[in-house]
Design a protein around this ligand. Sequence first.
Ligand SMILES: NC(=O)c1ccc[n+]([C@@H]2O[C@H](COP(=O)([O-])OP(=O)(O)OC[C@H]3O[C@@H](n4cnc5c(N)ncnc54)[C@H](O)[C@@H]3O)[C@@H](O)[C@H]2O)c1
Ligand SMILES: O=C(O)C1=N[C@H](C(=O)O)CCC1
Length: 266
Amino acid sequence: MKTIAVVLAGPRGRMGQEALRLIERTPNLQLVGAVDRVNGGKRIADIAGLPALDAPVYEDLAQCLQEVQADVLLDLTTPEIGKKHVHIAMQHGVRSVIGTTGFTEAELQDLTHTAKERGIGTIIAPNFAVGAVLMMKFAQMAAKYFQDVEVIELHHDQKLDAPSGTAMKTVDLIRTARTPKQQGHPNETETWTGARGANVDGIHVHSVRLPGLVAHQEVLFGGDGQMLTIRHDSFNRASFMSGVKLAIETVMQLDTLVYGLENIMD
Ligand SMILES: NC(=O)c1ccc[n+]([C@@H]2O[C@H](COP(=O)([O-])OP(=O)(O)OC[C@H]3O[C@@H](n4cnc5c(N)ncnc54)[C@H](O)[C@@H]3O)[C@@H](O)[C@H]2O)c1
Ligand SMILES: O=C(O)C1=N[C@H](C(=O)O)CCC1
C-alpha cells in the first residue's frame, strides 16, 4: 500500500498525541508536518512528551501546506480552528480528515458543496469509535419503531462544543427514520430554563460535562410499557484510532465530502 503523507493539526492535544502514536506504529502512514499553536520551527521529536517523529512544526497551516508535500490533513484542534483548517486544506488541494467537532448543518452543506466543486476528498467524522458509529446506526433503526426518543451525551469537562458532534449526527440519522413528533405534554413548561435540553423536531438532547468522563452517549426510546436504551462508552482515546486510520486510508479514494464514518464502514 502506498505511504500516505499526513499533516497533523493539534499534535499536543489529547487526540493529537494518540494520533501521533498511531502514525508512528502504522507503516503506511508518514507524518510530514504538524501544525501547533506554538512551537513553530521545532521538530515533533523536540517537543517534550511527544514521540520521536522527525517532522517540522508550523504555526500556520497554509505555510505548512506550501512547504511540505501532504496527502491528508488530519485535524484534531478546536471547533474554531478546525473550520478554518478545512477551508485552507481545500484551497491547497489537500484532502482532509476532520475529527474536530462543532460544525453546523449550514457549514457542512457549504463544505460539501466546495469539496464537490473542487473534487477534494474530505471526511468529517464526529466520532471515530466503531462502537459509537454502531450506536448511532442502531438508534436510526430503532427510530422507525419508536417516535419518542431523547439523547443524553456525556463528555469530559474540557469539551468546548455542545451538543457533541455525535449527538448532532445521531439526531440527523434518527430524523431520516422517525415520523416527526413534538414529544412530551403539549403544555409542558420549563421552570428552570434548559431543563428539557435542546429540542430538534421534538427530540430532546441533553449535554452532561464532568471530569472523569471521556465520551459517552445514551439514546433512550420510550414506548407503551417499554424503554429501549442504546449506550456507547469510550473509556480512552485509543478507542478512536482504528477509525482515524480507516478515514485517512479511505479519504485517498474520495473526491467529495463524506460526513460520518458509517458511510465508509463496510
Ligand atoms: N471525532 C472524534 O471521534 C473525536 C474524538 C475526540 C475528540 N474529538 C474532537 O477533536 C478535537 C480535539 O479534541 P482533544 O480532546 O484532543 O482536545 P485538546 O484540547 O486536548 O486538543 C486540542 C489541541 O488543539 C490545539 N490547537 C488550538 N489552536 C490551534 C491552532 N491554531 N493550530 C494548531 N493547533 C491548535 C491545542 O493547542 C490543543 O493541543 C475536539 O474538537 C474534539 O471534540 C473528536
Ligand atoms: O472529546 C471530545 O470532545 C469528543 N467529541 C466528539 C463529539 O463531539 O461527538 C466525540 C468523541 C469525543
